[in-house]
Design a protein around this ligand. Structure first.
Ligand code: DLL
Length: 435
Protein backbone atom coordinates (compact mmCIF):
# COMPACT_ATOMS: atom_id res chain seq x y z
CA UNK A 1 0.00 0.00 0.00
CA UNK A 2 1.22 3.50 -0.79
CA UNK A 3 0.18 6.81 0.76
CA UNK A 4 0.37 8.91 -2.40
CA UNK A 5 -0.13 8.17 -6.09
CA UNK A 6 3.16 9.96 -6.84
CA UNK A 7 5.03 7.02 -5.30
CA UNK A 8 4.17 4.81 -8.27
CA UNK A 9 4.09 7.07 -11.33
CA UNK A 10 5.51 5.70 -14.59
CA UNK A 11 8.93 7.07 -15.58
CA UNK A 12 7.58 9.64 -18.07
CA UNK A 13 4.95 10.99 -15.69
CA UNK A 14 7.50 11.33 -12.91
CA UNK A 15 10.07 13.04 -15.16
CA UNK A 16 7.55 15.55 -16.43
CA UNK A 17 6.37 16.35 -12.88
CA UNK A 18 9.97 16.74 -11.74
CA UNK A 19 10.82 19.01 -14.65
CA UNK A 20 7.76 21.21 -14.12
CA UNK A 21 8.61 21.57 -10.43
CA UNK A 22 12.29 22.16 -11.17
CA UNK A 23 11.45 25.04 -13.51
CA UNK A 24 9.16 26.60 -10.89
CA UNK A 25 11.88 26.25 -8.27
CA UNK A 26 14.53 27.82 -10.50
CA UNK A 27 12.33 30.82 -11.31
CA UNK A 28 11.57 31.13 -7.62
CA UNK A 29 15.19 31.14 -6.43
CA UNK A 30 16.38 33.37 -9.28
CA UNK A 31 13.76 36.00 -8.54
CA UNK A 32 13.59 35.78 -4.77
CA UNK A 33 16.98 34.71 -3.38
CA UNK A 34 19.85 37.14 -4.18
CA UNK A 35 22.41 34.42 -3.31
CA UNK A 36 21.16 32.27 -6.22
CA UNK A 37 20.70 35.17 -8.65
CA UNK A 38 24.32 36.12 -8.08
CA UNK A 39 25.54 32.53 -8.48
CA UNK A 40 23.51 31.94 -11.66
CA UNK A 41 24.56 35.29 -13.15
CA UNK A 42 28.21 34.54 -12.48
CA UNK A 43 27.86 31.32 -14.50
CA UNK A 44 25.78 33.07 -17.14
CA UNK A 45 22.76 30.80 -16.51
CA UNK A 46 19.12 31.83 -16.57
CA UNK A 47 16.29 29.50 -15.43
CA UNK A 48 15.14 29.36 -19.07
CA UNK A 49 18.49 27.78 -20.07
CA UNK A 50 17.55 24.60 -18.20
CA UNK A 51 15.68 22.64 -20.85
CA UNK A 52 15.76 19.12 -19.41
CA UNK A 53 16.31 17.33 -16.10
CA UNK A 54 19.84 16.43 -17.23
CA UNK A 55 20.62 20.15 -17.55
CA UNK A 56 20.51 20.31 -13.76
CA UNK A 57 24.21 19.42 -13.84
CA UNK A 58 24.88 22.92 -15.27
CA UNK A 59 23.65 24.48 -12.02
CA UNK A 60 25.92 25.43 -9.12
CA UNK A 61 26.09 23.42 -5.89
CA UNK A 62 24.86 24.67 -2.51
CA UNK A 63 26.92 23.80 0.58
CA UNK A 64 26.27 23.84 4.31
CA UNK A 65 28.63 26.80 4.55
CA UNK A 66 26.32 28.79 2.24
CA UNK A 67 23.53 28.44 4.81
CA UNK A 68 25.89 29.55 7.55
CA UNK A 69 27.15 32.51 5.52
CA UNK A 70 23.54 33.60 5.02
CA UNK A 71 22.55 33.12 8.67
CA UNK A 72 19.79 33.28 9.74
CA UNK A 73 17.26 33.93 6.97
CA UNK A 74 19.37 35.01 3.96
CA UNK A 75 18.37 32.05 1.76
CA UNK A 76 14.65 32.22 2.53
CA UNK A 77 12.48 32.83 -0.54
CA UNK A 78 9.43 34.09 1.38
CA UNK A 79 8.66 36.88 3.84
CA UNK A 80 8.60 36.00 7.51
CA UNK A 81 4.81 36.24 7.66
CA UNK A 82 4.72 33.14 5.46
CA UNK A 83 6.95 31.12 7.79
CA UNK A 84 5.15 28.84 10.23
CA UNK A 85 8.06 26.77 11.62
CA UNK A 86 11.79 27.24 12.15
CA UNK A 87 14.31 24.50 12.93
CA UNK A 88 18.03 24.76 13.35
CA UNK A 89 21.16 22.74 13.92
CA UNK A 90 24.26 23.59 15.94
CA UNK A 91 26.86 25.73 14.18
CA UNK A 92 30.56 25.54 13.43
CA UNK A 93 31.47 29.05 14.37
CA UNK A 94 28.58 29.71 16.67
CA UNK A 95 26.38 30.16 13.58
CA UNK A 96 23.82 27.37 13.23
CA UNK A 97 22.11 26.39 9.99
CA UNK A 98 18.54 27.65 10.07
CA UNK A 99 15.69 26.15 8.09
CA UNK A 100 12.17 27.55 7.64
CA UNK A 101 8.86 26.11 6.48
CA UNK A 102 5.70 27.65 5.03
CA UNK A 103 2.32 26.00 5.56
CA UNK A 104 2.79 24.35 2.15
CA UNK A 105 6.24 23.05 3.18
CA UNK A 106 4.75 21.58 6.35
CA UNK A 107 2.17 19.86 4.19
CA UNK A 108 4.90 18.37 1.95
CA UNK A 109 6.87 17.28 5.02
CA UNK A 110 3.96 15.56 6.72
CA UNK A 111 3.00 13.95 3.42
CA UNK A 112 6.44 12.41 2.83
CA UNK A 113 6.57 11.29 6.46
CA UNK A 114 3.09 9.78 6.09
CA UNK A 115 4.52 7.79 3.17
CA UNK A 116 7.19 6.51 5.58
CA UNK A 117 4.62 5.43 8.17
CA UNK A 118 2.57 3.74 5.45
CA UNK A 119 5.68 1.80 4.38
CA UNK A 120 5.79 0.49 7.94
CA UNK A 121 2.09 -0.45 7.78
CA UNK A 122 0.79 2.14 10.26
CA UNK A 123 -2.84 3.22 10.29
CA UNK A 124 -4.97 5.32 12.62
CA UNK A 125 -5.37 2.23 14.81
CA UNK A 126 -1.71 2.43 15.86
CA UNK A 127 -0.07 4.00 18.89
CA UNK A 128 3.32 5.56 18.19
CA UNK A 129 5.91 6.21 20.88
CA UNK A 130 7.99 9.00 19.36
CA UNK A 131 11.33 8.50 21.12
CA UNK A 132 13.13 10.93 18.79
CA UNK A 133 14.42 14.24 20.15
CA UNK A 134 11.94 17.14 20.05
CA UNK A 135 13.04 20.76 19.78
CA UNK A 136 15.17 22.53 17.19
CA UNK A 137 16.21 19.12 15.79
CA UNK A 138 13.85 18.16 12.94
CA UNK A 139 13.48 14.53 14.09
CA UNK A 140 10.83 14.57 16.82
CA UNK A 141 8.44 17.09 15.31
CA UNK A 142 8.98 15.65 11.81
CA UNK A 143 7.59 12.30 12.95
CA UNK A 144 5.00 13.90 15.21
CA UNK A 145 3.24 16.07 12.62
CA UNK A 146 2.85 13.18 10.18
CA UNK A 147 1.50 10.91 12.92
CA UNK A 148 -1.18 13.50 13.69
CA UNK A 149 -1.95 13.85 9.98
CA UNK A 150 -2.56 10.08 9.83
CA UNK A 151 -4.58 10.22 13.09
CA UNK A 152 -2.11 7.89 14.77
CA UNK A 153 -2.10 8.26 18.56
CA UNK A 154 1.34 9.80 19.13
CA UNK A 155 3.16 9.77 22.47
CA UNK A 156 5.68 12.64 22.41
CA UNK A 157 8.14 10.94 24.73
CA UNK A 158 11.22 12.46 23.03
CA UNK A 159 14.58 10.81 23.63
CA UNK A 160 16.45 9.92 26.86
CA UNK A 161 14.89 8.97 30.24
CA UNK A 162 15.14 5.32 29.31
CA UNK A 163 13.37 3.82 32.34
CA UNK A 164 10.42 6.13 31.86
CA UNK A 165 10.32 5.33 28.13
CA UNK A 166 10.07 1.63 28.97
CA UNK A 167 7.30 2.23 31.47
CA UNK A 168 5.33 4.22 28.88
CA UNK A 169 6.01 1.62 26.22
CA UNK A 170 4.52 -1.08 28.40
CA UNK A 171 1.60 0.83 29.94
CA UNK A 172 0.53 2.87 26.89
CA UNK A 173 0.86 -0.22 24.66
CA UNK A 174 2.64 1.46 21.74
CA UNK A 175 2.57 -0.59 18.54
CA UNK A 176 5.31 1.46 16.86
CA UNK A 177 8.36 3.39 17.95
CA UNK A 178 10.80 5.92 16.48
CA UNK A 179 14.35 6.81 17.50
CA UNK A 180 17.99 6.45 16.64
CA UNK A 181 19.18 2.85 16.19
CA UNK A 182 21.63 3.28 19.06
CA UNK A 183 18.84 4.39 21.40
CA UNK A 184 16.72 1.38 20.37
CA UNK A 185 19.52 -0.96 21.42
CA UNK A 186 20.20 0.98 24.59
CA UNK A 187 16.52 0.72 25.55
CA UNK A 188 16.61 -3.04 24.98
CA UNK A 189 19.64 -3.34 27.23
CA UNK A 190 17.98 -1.35 30.04
CA UNK A 191 14.73 -3.31 29.55
CA UNK A 192 16.68 -6.46 30.25
CA UNK A 193 18.43 -5.11 33.36
CA UNK A 194 15.12 -3.79 34.67
CA UNK A 195 13.56 -7.22 34.32
CA UNK A 196 11.14 -6.63 31.46
CA UNK A 197 10.18 -9.53 29.23
CA UNK A 198 10.40 -7.84 25.83
CA UNK A 199 8.12 -10.35 24.13
CA UNK A 200 5.39 -10.33 26.76
CA UNK A 201 5.54 -6.79 28.15
CA UNK A 202 5.59 -4.78 24.93
CA UNK A 203 3.31 -4.64 21.90
CA UNK A 204 5.60 -3.20 19.25
CA UNK A 205 5.36 -4.39 15.66
CA UNK A 206 7.45 -1.82 13.81
CA UNK A 207 10.19 0.74 14.46
CA UNK A 208 11.25 3.79 12.42
CA UNK A 209 14.91 4.51 12.89
CA UNK A 210 17.36 7.00 11.44
CA UNK A 211 19.45 10.15 11.93
CA UNK A 212 22.65 8.11 12.16
CA UNK A 213 24.26 5.23 10.27
CA UNK A 214 23.45 1.66 11.24
CA UNK A 215 25.10 -1.44 9.80
CA UNK A 216 23.04 -4.32 8.41
CA UNK A 217 23.97 -6.36 11.50
CA UNK A 218 22.79 -3.63 13.84
CA UNK A 219 19.45 -3.35 12.07
CA UNK A 220 18.94 -7.11 12.19
CA UNK A 221 19.78 -7.16 15.86
CA UNK A 222 17.24 -4.43 16.64
CA UNK A 223 14.57 -6.28 14.63
CA UNK A 224 15.35 -9.51 16.43
CA UNK A 225 15.56 -8.18 19.99
CA UNK A 226 12.37 -6.13 19.75
CA UNK A 227 10.57 -8.55 17.40
CA UNK A 228 9.74 -5.71 15.00
CA UNK A 229 10.05 -4.67 11.36
CA UNK A 230 12.84 -2.13 10.89
CA UNK A 231 12.03 0.84 8.69
CA UNK A 232 15.04 3.01 7.99
CA UNK A 233 14.41 6.74 7.69
CA UNK A 234 16.85 9.14 6.05
CA UNK A 235 16.76 12.88 5.85
CA UNK A 236 18.50 16.12 6.65
CA UNK A 237 17.26 19.40 7.98
CA UNK A 238 18.53 21.49 5.07
CA UNK A 239 16.30 19.53 2.67
CA UNK A 240 13.25 19.03 4.96
CA UNK A 241 14.21 16.80 7.93
CA UNK A 242 13.36 13.07 8.18
CA UNK A 243 11.36 11.83 5.19
CA UNK A 244 13.72 12.38 2.27
CA UNK A 245 13.95 8.60 1.84
CA UNK A 246 12.92 5.42 3.67
CA UNK A 247 12.97 1.65 3.29
CA UNK A 248 9.90 -0.43 2.47
CA UNK A 249 9.19 -3.97 3.66
CA UNK A 250 10.69 -5.54 0.54
CA UNK A 251 14.28 -4.35 0.61
CA UNK A 252 16.86 -2.56 2.67
CA UNK A 253 17.28 0.12 -0.01
CA UNK A 254 15.54 3.43 0.66
CA UNK A 255 12.94 4.90 -1.71
CA UNK A 256 13.79 8.54 -2.24
CA UNK A 257 10.79 10.86 -2.54
CA UNK A 258 12.11 12.14 -5.84
CA UNK A 259 8.89 13.91 -6.83
CA UNK A 260 9.91 16.42 -4.11
CA UNK A 261 13.69 15.88 -3.80
CA UNK A 262 15.67 15.39 -7.01
CA UNK A 263 18.68 13.14 -6.36
CA UNK A 264 22.05 13.00 -8.10
CA UNK A 265 25.19 11.11 -7.16
CA UNK A 266 28.43 12.97 -7.79
CA UNK A 267 32.12 12.33 -7.43
CA UNK A 268 32.84 14.33 -4.25
CA UNK A 269 36.25 15.36 -5.57
CA UNK A 270 35.40 16.46 -9.13
CA UNK A 271 31.70 17.26 -8.76
CA UNK A 272 30.99 15.14 -11.85
CA UNK A 273 27.63 13.32 -11.99
CA UNK A 274 28.07 9.54 -11.66
CA UNK A 275 25.91 6.85 -13.31
CA UNK A 276 23.33 4.82 -11.38
CA UNK A 277 24.88 2.07 -9.27
CA UNK A 278 28.10 3.94 -8.59
CA UNK A 279 28.87 5.22 -5.11
CA UNK A 280 29.44 8.90 -4.55
CA UNK A 281 28.04 11.91 -2.69
CA UNK A 282 24.29 12.41 -2.68
CA UNK A 283 23.24 15.81 -4.01
CA UNK A 284 19.61 16.90 -3.64
CA UNK A 285 17.58 19.66 -5.27
CA UNK A 286 14.26 20.47 -3.63
CA UNK A 287 11.41 20.54 -6.18
CA UNK A 288 8.49 21.82 -4.12
CA UNK A 289 9.86 23.77 -1.16
CA UNK A 290 8.73 27.36 -0.83
CA UNK A 291 10.53 28.83 2.18
CA UNK A 292 13.98 27.38 1.63
CA UNK A 293 14.32 25.98 -1.88
CA UNK A 294 17.78 24.51 -2.33
CA UNK A 295 19.62 23.82 -5.56
CA UNK A 296 22.02 20.86 -5.74
CA UNK A 297 22.66 20.58 -2.01
CA UNK A 298 25.81 18.61 -1.19
CA UNK A 299 24.63 16.33 1.59
CA UNK A 300 28.10 14.93 2.32
CA UNK A 301 26.47 11.48 2.51
CA UNK A 302 27.99 8.67 0.46
CA UNK A 303 25.55 6.29 -1.22
CA UNK A 304 24.45 4.99 -4.64
CA UNK A 305 21.24 5.25 -6.62
CA UNK A 306 19.28 2.49 -8.32
CA UNK A 307 16.20 2.59 -10.51
CA UNK A 308 15.57 -1.14 -10.66
CA UNK A 309 11.93 -2.01 -9.90
CA UNK A 310 10.98 -2.79 -6.31
CA UNK A 311 8.54 -5.54 -5.36
CA UNK A 312 6.45 -3.08 -3.36
CA UNK A 313 5.28 -1.40 -6.58
CA UNK A 314 6.77 2.00 -5.83
CA UNK A 315 8.61 3.38 -8.83
CA UNK A 316 10.65 5.91 -6.86
CA UNK A 317 14.43 5.47 -7.23
CA UNK A 318 16.22 3.94 -4.25
CA UNK A 319 19.44 4.74 -2.44
CA UNK A 320 21.49 2.29 -0.42
CA UNK A 321 21.93 2.98 3.30
CA UNK A 322 24.46 5.76 3.83
CA UNK A 323 27.91 4.17 3.78
CA UNK A 324 29.90 7.14 5.05
CA UNK A 325 30.51 10.86 4.83
CA UNK A 326 32.52 12.82 2.29
CA UNK A 327 33.49 15.32 4.99
CA UNK A 328 34.60 14.95 8.59
CA UNK A 329 31.18 15.32 10.20
CA UNK A 330 30.58 12.91 13.08
CA UNK A 331 27.08 11.75 13.91
CA UNK A 332 26.89 11.21 17.69
CA UNK A 333 23.65 9.57 18.80
CA UNK A 334 21.93 11.35 15.92
CA UNK A 335 23.48 14.76 16.58
CA UNK A 336 25.81 16.15 13.91
CA UNK A 337 29.18 17.39 15.12
CA UNK A 338 32.06 18.81 13.11
CA UNK A 339 35.53 18.74 14.70
CA UNK A 340 35.77 22.42 13.77
CA UNK A 341 32.85 23.15 16.14
CA UNK A 342 34.76 21.54 18.97
CA UNK A 343 37.88 23.50 18.13
CA UNK A 344 35.86 26.71 18.07
CA UNK A 345 34.58 26.07 21.60
CA UNK A 346 38.07 25.19 22.83
CA UNK A 347 39.61 28.27 21.27
CA UNK A 348 37.70 30.49 23.67
CA UNK A 349 38.85 28.80 26.87
CA UNK A 350 41.83 29.88 28.99
CA UNK A 351 44.22 27.36 30.50
CA UNK A 352 44.25 24.85 27.65
CA UNK A 353 46.02 24.58 24.30
CA UNK A 354 44.56 23.64 20.94
CA UNK A 355 46.37 20.33 21.00
CA UNK A 356 43.50 17.97 21.41
CA UNK A 357 42.22 14.63 20.22
CA UNK A 358 38.58 13.63 19.73
CA UNK A 359 37.71 10.00 20.35
CA UNK A 360 34.33 8.54 19.38
CA UNK A 361 33.54 5.24 21.10
CA UNK A 362 30.66 2.96 21.82
CA UNK A 363 29.47 2.74 25.40
CA UNK A 364 27.03 -0.13 25.40
CA UNK A 365 24.95 0.71 22.38
CA UNK A 366 25.29 4.47 22.60
CA UNK A 367 27.95 6.70 21.08
CA UNK A 368 30.31 8.43 23.45
CA UNK A 369 32.49 11.40 22.56
CA UNK A 370 35.68 11.99 24.51
CA UNK A 371 38.23 14.74 24.13
CA UNK A 372 41.76 14.71 25.43
CA UNK A 373 42.98 18.30 25.77
CA UNK A 374 46.49 19.42 26.62
CA UNK A 375 46.76 21.90 29.45
CA UNK A 376 48.63 25.11 28.97
CA UNK A 377 52.15 25.02 30.57
CA UNK A 378 51.19 27.97 32.78
CA UNK A 379 48.11 26.41 34.22
CA UNK A 380 49.74 23.02 34.82
CA UNK A 381 48.34 22.91 38.27
CA UNK A 382 48.55 20.45 41.05
CA UNK A 383 45.31 21.81 42.37
CA UNK A 384 42.82 19.06 41.65
CA UNK A 385 39.83 21.22 42.47
CA UNK A 386 40.92 23.85 39.93
CA UNK A 387 41.41 21.22 37.22
CA UNK A 388 38.08 19.62 38.00
CA UNK A 389 36.30 22.95 37.66
CA UNK A 390 38.08 23.70 34.34
CA UNK A 391 37.02 20.29 33.05
CA UNK A 392 33.42 20.83 34.13
CA UNK A 393 33.30 24.26 32.51
CA UNK A 394 34.58 22.82 29.19
CA UNK A 395 31.98 20.05 29.33
CA UNK A 396 29.28 22.60 30.04
CA UNK A 397 30.36 24.78 27.09
CA UNK A 398 30.37 21.73 24.79
CA UNK A 399 26.84 20.83 25.87
CA UNK A 400 25.63 24.38 25.29
CA UNK A 401 27.23 24.69 21.88
CA UNK A 402 27.02 21.18 20.43
CA UNK A 403 24.02 19.80 22.33
CA UNK A 404 25.89 16.67 23.34
CA UNK A 405 27.60 15.39 26.46
CA UNK A 406 31.34 15.21 26.02
CA UNK A 407 33.74 13.49 28.35
CA UNK A 408 36.76 15.79 28.77
CA UNK A 409 40.16 14.58 29.92
CA UNK A 410 42.80 17.22 30.68
CA UNK A 411 46.25 15.90 29.88
CA UNK A 412 49.79 17.18 30.46
CA UNK A 413 51.37 19.60 27.95
CA UNK A 414 53.02 17.89 24.96
CA UNK A 415 51.53 14.51 25.83
CA UNK A 416 49.40 14.10 22.69
CA UNK A 417 51.43 12.47 19.92
CA UNK A 418 52.27 14.96 17.17
CA UNK A 419 51.95 13.78 13.61
CA UNK A 420 54.22 14.79 10.77
CA UNK A 421 51.47 15.54 8.33
CA UNK A 422 47.90 16.46 9.16
CA UNK A 423 47.11 16.31 12.86
CA UNK A 424 45.01 13.26 13.68
CA UNK A 425 42.21 15.06 15.42
CA UNK A 426 39.57 12.35 15.32
CA UNK A 427 39.81 8.70 16.21
CA UNK A 428 36.54 6.93 15.49
CA UNK A 429 36.60 3.61 17.29
CA UNK A 430 32.90 2.92 16.88
CA UNK A 431 33.17 0.41 14.06
CA UNK A 432 35.65 -1.71 15.99
CA UNK A 433 33.60 -1.33 19.21
CA UNK A 434 30.41 -2.36 17.43
CA UNK A 435 28.49 -5.06 19.24
O1 DLL B 1 19.10 13.66 11.24
C1 DLL B 1 16.95 14.14 10.23
C2 DLL B 1 16.45 12.81 10.67
C3 DLL B 1 15.81 12.71 11.90
C4 DLL B 1 16.57 11.72 9.85
C5 DLL B 1 15.30 11.48 12.31
C6 DLL B 1 16.05 10.49 10.23
C7 DLL B 1 15.41 10.37 11.48
P1 DLL B 1 20.14 16.41 10.54
O2 DLL B 1 20.25 16.59 12.00
O3 DLL B 1 20.19 17.62 9.67
O4 DLL B 1 18.78 15.70 10.19
O5 DLL B 1 21.27 15.39 10.10
C8 DLL B 1 21.38 14.96 8.77
O6 DLL B 1 22.31 12.85 9.54
O7 DLL B 1 23.25 14.19 6.36
C9 DLL B 1 23.31 12.05 7.56
O8 DLL B 1 24.70 12.22 7.64
C10 DLL B 1 22.76 11.64 8.93
N1 DLL B 1 21.61 10.73 8.75
C11 DLL B 1 20.30 11.00 8.77
N2 DLL B 1 19.57 9.86 8.57
C12 DLL B 1 20.47 8.86 8.38
C13 DLL B 1 20.38 7.48 8.12
C14 DLL B 1 18.38 14.44 10.63
N3 DLL B 1 19.21 6.83 8.00
C15 DLL B 1 22.52 13.97 8.65
N4 DLL B 1 21.55 6.78 7.99
C16 DLL B 1 22.58 13.35 7.26
C17 DLL B 1 22.73 7.39 8.09
C18 DLL B 1 21.77 9.42 8.50
N5 DLL B 1 22.89 8.69 8.35
Amino acid sequence: MTYSKNESLCADELASLQFKRLKETLIRVYNLVPFYKEKFDKLGIKPSDIESLEDISKLPFTKKQDLRDNYPYGLFAVDMDQIVRIHSSSGTTGKPTVVGYTEHDMDVWSEVMARVFTMGGLTSKDILQNSTGYGLFTGGLGFHTAAERMKIAVIPSSTGFTSRQLLLLKDFKATAITGTPSFALHMAEIAETEGYDIEKDFHLKVGFFGAEPASKGLKEEISKIWGIDYVEVYGLSEIIGPGVASSCKHSSLLHINEDHFYPEIIDPKTGEVLPDGQRGELVVTTLSKQALPIIRYRTGDITSLTRTPCKCGRTLARIESIVGRADDMLVINGVNVFPSQIEHVLSNIDGITLNYQIIAKKKGYLDKLMIDIELNENIMSENIRELESLKKSIQHKMLNNLYINVDVKLVAPKSIIRSEGKAVRVIDKRRSDEV
